[in-house]
Design a protein around this ligand. Structure first.
Ligand code: 6PG
Length: 262
C-alpha cells in the first residue's frame, strides 16, 4: 500500500504467465528480440560444433522482421555462422516471392542478400506451385538425411503467434491441424486467413531440437492469458499443439504480451 511517498518505486512488471514450456519475460520488446536472437546464435554455434551445420526455420509476420534486420547489422550477432546455416521457411503464402505477402521474399531481402549464407543452403517454399508441399517435404528429407539418424531434425524453429492463437500457418479449426503423416502441407479453406498457405506440420515442428515462440505486444496478451489459464484444445488454439518431443520449447514475451488484464 502506498504511504504517499512521491519517490516510491512502483514495480509494474507483470507476473510471468504459466505457459507450456519455459518462459523468458524480457524488459521490453526489443530485449525479447535479442533474447531469442542470442539463443539462435548460441544454438547455431553448438550445432556447427556438433554436426558441422545448423538447420534454422524462420517464420514470417511482422514481429520477427526487426530481429532479422538486426542480425545483419548489430555486431553482437557477428558470430552467427551463416556459412554453415541451412535456412528453412516455417510457412509460406501461395504467392510469388516478389509479392509483398511472401515470407521468403521478405526474409530473403533481409537475410540472404546481406549474409554469406550459400544460396544452396537457402530453402524457400515454392508455394505458388501445385506440388509445393511434396517438393518441400522431399527437400527436407533429403537435406536433413545427410545427418546421422536421430540428428536428422530441425535445430531451431522460430514461431510467431497470431491473436487467434495460430502459429506457422496452423489456423484454428483448419485442415492442416489433422495432418499427421507429412512434414509440410497446404492449408486452405474458410478457416485459413487468405491467401492459401503451405505450412510445416505439427510433426515436423515438434521433432525440432528447439522451438522458440516470439510473442510481443499488447494485442497478444488476451491469447497469452487464455493459453496460460484456459482449457481450450489445439484445435481451438493451435499453438497449444506445440510440444517438442525430444526438444525444448521456450516463449519470449515482453511485459505487454504478458500483462493481464491489459
Ligand atoms: C506468417 C506467420 C504467422 C505469424 C503470426 C504472427 O507467415 O504470418 O508465420 O504464423 O507468425 O501470424 O504474426 P505477427 O508477427 O505479424 O503478429
Amino acid at each position: 500500500m502506498s504511504d504517499g511517498n512521491p519517490y516510491e518505486i512502483i514495480d509494474d512488471t507483470p507476473e510471468t504467465p504459466r505457459l507450456p514450456g519455459q518462459v523468458v519475460l524480457s524488459e521490453d520488446a526489443d530485449q525479447a528480440l535479442d533474447a531469442i536472437g542470442m539463443d539462435i546464435v548460441h544454438h547455431a554455434k553448438a550445432c556447427v560444433r556438433a554436426f558441422g551445420d545448423f538447420h534454422l526455420a524462420l517464420s514470417g509476420g511482422s514481429t520477427p522482421m526487426p530481429l532479422y534486420e538486426r542480425m545483419m547489422i548489430d555486431p553482437a550477432y557477428r558470430e552467427m555462422p551463416w556459412r554453415r546455416t541451412h535456412l528453412w521457411i516455417v510457412d509460406e503464402r501461395c504467392v510469388p516471392f516478389d509479392h509483398e505477402k511472401s515470407n521468403f521474399g521478405q526474409i530473403s531481402e533481409l537475410i540472404c542478400d546481406h549474409s554469406d549464407i550459400p544460396r544452396s543452403q537457402v530453402h524457400p517454399i515454392h508455394a505458388y506451385e501445385p506440388d509445393a508441399d511434396v517438393r518441400y517435404e522431399k527437400e527436407l528429407r533429403e537435406v536433413l538425411g545427410w545427418r546421422e539418424k536421430g540428428h536428422d531434425r530441425l535445430d531451431f524453429v522460430l514461431l510467431g503467434m497470431g491473436d487467434d492463437g495460430h502459429t506457422a500457418s496452423l489456423f484454428p479449426h483448419s485442415p492442416a491441424l489433422d495432418v499427421r503423416d507429412r512434414l509440410a502441407c497446404f492449408n486452405r479453406g474458410p478457416a485459413v486467413t487468405p491467401p492459401d498457405r503451405v505450412t510445416m506440420t505439427y510433426g515436423l515442428i515438434n521433432s525440432a531440437r528447439f522451438v522458440g515462440a516470439l510473442v510481443v505486444g499488447k494485442k497478444k496478451a488476451p491469447m497469452v492469458h487464455r493459453i496460460a489459464n484456459g482449457m481450450e484444445t489445439p484445435r481451438e488454439i493451435p499453438i497449444k499443439g506445440i510440444a517438442p518431443v525430444g526438444g525444448e520449447f521456450r516463449w519470449y514475451l515482453d511485459p505487454e504480451s504478458a500483462r493481464w488484464p491489459v
